[in-house]
Design a protein around this ligand. Structure first.
Ligand SMILES: NC(=O)c1ccc[n+]([C@@H]2O[C@H](COP(=O)([O-])OP(=O)(O)OC[C@H]3O[C@@H](n4cnc5c(N)ncnc54)[C@H](OP(=O)(O)O)[C@@H]3O)[C@@H](O)[C@H]2O)c1
Length: 247
């Protein structure tokens, strides 16, 4: 499945105007050398373009055979419903991991409408790998330097939670990354995480967790990671994806 997105300008402003959406899609088709895109996502909800117009434009692209499925990213429940009323939304991509769980408030809507859920940053942007380094040791250009979860105070508490999850995973002969992915997959058949590793050997092996494992994982950090959720592109506060995007 080939998936790509539209909706940002090069300066990270939002732009989902129909003409821009069409240009971006044509560019993607030509850069990727394909006749169609399996999943075309809107990257961020654009406050200046009604979602119905966005869904209508994607619908036209589907009718033209250039796109197979429509996806949303970081959209709230109202936006999802409005878009879905025009063009079936096949999947929603939003951050979801043991660190970031507020997004679970969206599940009743995605389940009701039959929309698949694609957790991005399922390894907590690299935190859930056991190879995390403090903000000061990251490259200058690494956006995690400004991520609240990497800031002194919260960073150490998150490291401690990862240590406990690593211990739990090792009892099952697995790595903490495998545990993090298995925990997501255990939330339902509609969940398809997209880990961002670049090395094939990092692929997770099959791991099935028991109800007891899942309860222990949750007990270690009952409310998610320490530090607010980081949203580099929009700069908005926690809750944007799940709750505030519509307001
Ligand atoms: N919709 C959106 O707005 C949005 C926003 C952000 C991300 N995404 C998507 O989400 C996907 C993943 O995002 P992400 O990169 O933030 O997620 P992630 O999977 O949470 O973290 C990836 C990081 O973990 C490291 N890593 C993975 N396995 C490791 C291991 N076994 N040991 C050590 N380090 C390991 C990777 O390092 P290496 O690179 O060295 O392998 C990489 O730095 C991407 O497809 C991205 O496009 C979407």
């Amino acid at each position: 499945m080939l998936a790509t997105k539209f909706g940002f300008t090069r300066a990270y402003g939002t732009d989902s105007r129909p003409a821009h959406l069409r240009d971006v899609t044509e560019n993607s088709l030509s850069y990727l050398g394909v006749d169609y895109i399996d999943v075309l996502y809107q990257h961020r909800v654009d406050p200046n373009v009604p979602i119905e117009d966005v869904a209508g434009t994607v619908q036209d692209l589907i009718a033209e055979g250039k796109v197979k499925h429509f996806g949303l990213s970081e959209a709230g429940p109202e936006t999802i419903r409005k878009a879905h009323a025009v063009q079936e939304v096949a999947m929603l991509q939003t951050e979801y991991s043991v660190f970031e769980r507020e997004v679970e408030v969206l599940f009743p809507v995605t389940h009701e409408l039959g929309i698949g859920f694609v957790p991005y940053s399922p390894l907590g942007r690299g935190f859930l790998t056991g190879a995390v380094r403090p903000a000061g040791e990251l490259e200058e250009s690494d956006m995690r330097r400004g991520d609240p979860r990497w800031q002194p105070g919260d960073f150490e508490k998150n490291v401690e939670a990862v240590r406990q999850w690593t211990e739990l995973a090792s009892l099952r002969g697995a790595t903490v990354s495998q545990l993090a992915l298995a925990r997501l997959l255990a939330q339902g058949n509609d969940i398809v995480p997209i880990p961002g590793f670049r090395k094939a050997e990092r692929f997770a092996a099959d791991m099935v967790l028991t109800a007891e494992d899942l309860a222990k994982i949750k007990e270690i950090l009952s409310e998610g990671g320490f530090g607010a959720r980081f949203r580099p592109q929009t700069g908005q506060g926690a809750g944007e994806g799940a709750r505030r995007q519509d307001s």
